[in-house]
Design a protein around this ligand. Structure first.
Ligand code: HH2
Length: 263
């Protein structure tokens, strides 16, 4: 999953892809680099981010989604917490709702059902503008797993198909470095819930903390984290660096295939 933020303030690509023409070029580059899904976001959820109004978010994402759907063959995901944005994005052709709020906002679940969209349910403790202040858990993996399972069951009850649900532990969303590491170490526990797992580790501050690198120097750390996550069962990797991630994943794929041919 390649990231396309059409925001002025995203932590790593803010302001880069705002005019639709530039966003389209970015999409073409991401597809050529091997992305299967493009995740379009119009509101930054980085720690401390300020919320964006509905109309502003719609104005940011809709023209881009419309053009991607019209002009490229890719699957579009909309990264939003607002029901009205999810609805308009799906009507414009997005097929996956990626919600860091796990469809808890009023009307969000109903939109996903009505639009027959696939959904990515992410765990977050608190809200982006305050979530990193003092995150606390008894056992982060158990709590995240319990939350995600509960949300998945709500989706099933509402009529979303089981194979249209993806779970994401939400690295960096209301979690300390230790929480993130613990979650990554025990990611197989999230996979054991029976749904595909998506991870978003790309360039995040946990990588910066472990390497000392600024945002633009976090590629190697991000790749290592992505490979670890896939080794522990992650099925979708959300990344800003599609080509490099695809290359790294090719190695895992080849080794897995070799494992099956025991000659
Ligand atoms: N992380 C970000 C945004 N959306 N969605 C999912 N499912 N999982 C994630 O880990 C995730 C996400 C934050 O990264 P980014 O979009 O690059 O930054 P910003 O929120 O500043 O736009």
């Amino acid at each position: 999953m390649g990231v396309l933020n059409v925001t002025p303030d995203s932590f790593s690509d803010g302001g880069l892809h705002r005019p639709p023409e530039r966003a389209l070029q970015r999409v073409r580059d991401l597809l050529a680099a091997g992305a299967d899904i493009i995740d379009v976001g119009g509101e930054s959820t980085r720690p401390g981010a300020q919320p964006v109004g509905e109309q502003e978010e719609l104005d940011r994402v809709l023209p881009v989604i419309e053009r991607i759907v019209r002009e490229t063959p890719c699957l579009v995901s909309v990264d939003s917490r607002k029901a009205i944005v999810m609805d308009a994005a799906c009507s414009a052709g997005a097929c996956l709702i990626n919600d860091v709020g796990a469809l808890q906002a009023p009307g969000a679940l109903e939109v996903a059902v009505r639009q027959r969209a696939a959904v990515c349910l992410m765990h977050m403790q608190g809200e982006p503008n305050s979530m990193q202040a003092a995150p606390q858990y008894e056992d982060v993996t158990d709590e995240v797993a319990e939350f995600l399972l509960g949300r998945a069951l709500q989706c099933l009850e509402a009529g979303i198909a089981k194979d249209a649900i993806v779970l994401d532990p939400g690295f960096g969303f209301g979690k300390t470095l230790e929480h993130n590491l613990r979650l990554l170490a025990r990611l197989d526990r999230i996979g054991a819930l029976g749904y595909p797992v998506l991870v978003g580790l790309s360039r995040k501050s946990m990588i910066g903390r472990l390497t000392g690198a600024p945002v633009e120097g976090r590629l190697a750390g991000s790749l290592a984290a992505a490979l670890l996550a896939v080794g522990k069962g992650a099925r979708i990797v959300r990344t800003h660096d599609v080509q490099e991630t695809r290359h790294a994943l090719n190695i895992i794929k080849a080794v897995r295939q070799a494992e099956q041919h025991k000659t």
